[in-house]
Design a protein around this ligand. Structure first.
Ligand code: DX5
Ligand code: ZN
Length: 223
């Protein structure tokens, strides 16, 4: 059985209090802190980038920073993100047009001592050139977007579960993460489909008792 991970997305918090909001969910019982980097080009929104993550890293030396880059040119952010203290660098497959570019990006992330992740939008098909790089051990996680990337607070698209199921059938040991519209109900749908990492923004940060919300989530996932 795959180990399961709960990853609150700080996009759902009071970003002017990023440090204390992060501590709140870490103490409440989360596995990863999900950090959404947006460039206003790949997605129609801006969030934060390496300078903010670097400051947060100083306060939280041991937290796992699960970074999701919604950016057009992931290649140029590998070095800055690693300098900022990212634990994982997840980029979008839509930015890659060949197995060669994909492979060299993954290798560059690994050589910068970060875990790799490949994200995929709800409407994108998984390209066949992913399989060989997975077989080579270059991919640690695939992030199946369950909403259109760019904004928190949207509705979970259940149609994306087909992708989760087929990925899990093919790759038993791969981490499969879902992101967008995950709450106490949809988390179970994703779990059933074979996902083992769950990103939650508004559901965790807007809940009146975050500690209880996180511990209820963990109980319902048997973690
Ligand atoms: C969306 C981001 C998500 C977002 C999820 O582009 O990738 O991580 O914060 O927020 P909720 O859980 O509110 O859908
Ligand atoms: Zn995200």
């Amino acid at each position: 059985h795959m180990k399961k991970y709960v990853a609150p997305s700080v996009l759902g918090c009071d970003l002017s209090n990023l440090h204390s909001e992060s501590i709140d969910v870490i103490q409440g019982g989360c596995d990863w802190l999900h950090l959404d980097v947006m460039d206003g080009h790949f997605v129609p929104n801006l969030s934060f980038g390496p300078p903010v993550i670097k400051c947060l890293r100083k306060h939280l030396p041991s937290a796992y920073f699960d970074c999701h880059l919604m950016v057009t040119n992931p290649e140029i952010w590998v070095e800055p993100m690693s300098q900022a203290g990212a634990s994982r660098f997840t980029f979008h497959i839509e930015t890659q047009s060949s197995q060669e570019s994909l492979e060299s990006l993954l290798q560059s992330i690994q050589s910068h001592n970060m875990h790799t992740g490949i994200a995929i939008k709800p409407s994108s098909e998984i390209p066949l050139f992913i399989d060989p790089v997975v077989e080579k051990g270059l991919v640690d996680l695939i992030l199946v977007m369950t909403v259109e990337p760019g904004f928190g607070g949207q509705k979970f698209m259940e149609s994306t579960m087909e992708k989760v199921r087929s990925l899990r059938e093919k790759h038993q040991k791969l981490n499969i993460e879902v992101d967008g519209g995950v709450n106490s109900e949809t988390v179970l749908i994703a779990d059933q489909a074979g996902a083992n990492a769950f990103v939650l923004g508004t559901f965790v940060f807007n809940s009146p008792d975050r500690k209880k919300t996180l511990s209820d989530l963990r109980k319902s996932l048997n973690i």
